[in-house]
Design a protein around this ligand. Structure first.
Ligand SMILES: [Zn+2]
Length: 434
């Protein structure tokens, strides 16, 4: 497999939570998209704590009888009115060719393609179509849904990398310690093909989970990543190439030696101005520069911050961030449910399976009410989605309780052991003798 889809990966949106395993909607509801295109307000929840939930909060979750409303809030969608007509034009251009699948038809995705191609409509369309082709050729949907990287833990030992919370703006913070990569050990525990699939699956996770979660947690549209690459001992800047994508907000290269800097200057003429402006090459005195963008408490100690993630065995061991927060998960599901429900309703009232009925008896927009004499599939779908959310919450709570149950059992066994030793060494033959 060749990893030729950089543009494709870069330009898919993090705004949309994909329906996993859902088939493409090529050719379906295209006219509907034309009319509904900008009717997609973003709904999200209030910013929540990124810390792990305490046992108390988990216990309190049991008391909730319905879906949490504590996080319900709205944030304004950030759109530049100067470019809305261009995005609309791109949408119509793709619609005219019947090539705009539902999961990539949102404003932010199309805007990113335009931005990446200097707002040139034709170039943006070509780039979009290449992205679709690349996704199909490489089976990106299948990889994102089904790929399991069993060697993940082993790979992390010889290639320290991972997400570590967010920067000050709320973007996912990604860190790599290239200088510590043990390539021969890496190739013993994985293959290039499997590593590329892992890379694709991680990109999918970023687009479909990390960005939407960060958007919800910050009440802003988040669709780019802050990256720090530690190149201590590395002389070739070529290792940075794969980071040069549209979803990159900024890349800090730290511990760059003189050899690295010289080669970087050689590479510079081949980089476009936008990419170049996103990269800062820093030597060993990088700490203050990083602290301008990342809170000290969220910066690993090996980069000059205070975080050690001792409870996880190190900062890059766990994929920590708002995307693992239970409340953000819940909010994300509600948002997706609302979005899908809105689309279903829009389809139903225009060209859906109920067209015959609506022609006889035009209805006012009442998405939650059953049309007379027919099953209210929309309402049922909402109820099923709500139950799925509850089920997911219960599953996470049970997992937490199970973990605590194990610790309690260990504690009880320790106490029993202590009781026996006290009993054996004390004057009484039995602890409970009167
Ligand atoms: Zn940490």
């Amino acid at each position: 497999m060749t990893f030729s889809g950089k543009d494709g990966l870069a330009a898919t949106s993090g705004d949309v939570l994909e329906e996993r395993g859902k088939t493409s909607s090529f050719g379906e509801s295209q006219n509907q998209k034309r009319t509904n295109y900008f009717n997609t307000p973003l709904k999200t929840e209030k910013a929540s704590s990124f810390s792990k939930r305490s046992f108390k909060s988990v216990k309190n979750a049991f008391k909730k009888t319905g879906r949490s409303s504590s996080l319900q809030a709205t944030f304004a969608d950030s759109r530049d009115p100067n470019y809305e007509h261009l995005v609309q034009n791109l949408c119509e251009l793709l619609l005219s060719e019947g090539k705009i699948p539902e999961k990539y038809d949102d404003y932010h995705t199309l805007f990113r393609f335009l931005k990446a191609r200097g707002y040139d409509l034709i170039k943006a369309k070509d780039m979009y179509l290449k992205m679709l082709m690349w996704r199909e050729d490489c089976g990106v949907d299948v990889i994102g849904k089904d790929f399991k990287y069993e060697e993940y833990d082993e790979v992390k030992k010889c290639y320290p990398h991972g997400f570590h919370g967010v920067d000050k703006y709320g973007r996912p913070l990604y860190i790599e310690r290239i200088g510590l990569v043990d390539l021969s050990a890496l190739l013993k525990v994985t293959t290039i093909d499997r590593y590329l699939k892992y890379h694709i699956s991680e990109q999918e996770k970023t687009l479909n989970l990390r960005y939407p979660s960060c958007s919800i947690a910050t009440r802003r549209h988040i669709a780019s990543t802050m990256t720090i690459v530690d190149v201590k001992g590395v002389t070739s800047p070529i290792v940075l190439i794969r980071h040069m994508i549209e979803t990159l907000h900024q890349l800090f290269v730290v511990n760059a030696g003189s050899g690295f800097r010289v080669l970087w200057k050689v590479l510079n003429p081949f980089l476009d101005t936008r990419t170049f402006s996103k990269i800062q090459i820093l030597g060993s005195q990088f700490k203050n520069k990083l602290l301008e963008s990342v809170d000290r408490s969220n910066l690993p100690d090996f980069l000059g911050g205070d975080c050690t993630c001792a409870e996880h065995g190190g900062c890059l061991k766990e994929d920590i961030g708002p995307w693992n927060n239970l409340e953000v998960h819940h909010a994300l599901k509600v948002r997706t449910m609302n979005r899908l429900s809105r689309k279903r309703w829009q389809g139903q009232n225009r060209e859906g399976p109920h067209d015959d009925l609506t022609q006889k008896e035009p209805l006012a927009p009442q998405p939650n009410k059953a049309i007379r004499g027919q099953v209210d599939y929309d309402n049922m779908a909402q109820q099923i989605s709500a139950l799925e959310i509850e089920l997911h919450e219960i599953e996470m709570i049970l997992r937490s309780l199970l973990s605590r149950h194990g610790k309690l059992v260990d504690g009880i066994n320790q106490l029993k052991g202590m009781t026996k030793s006290v009993s054996a060494s004390g004057p009484s033959r039995h602890l409970y003798d009167c």
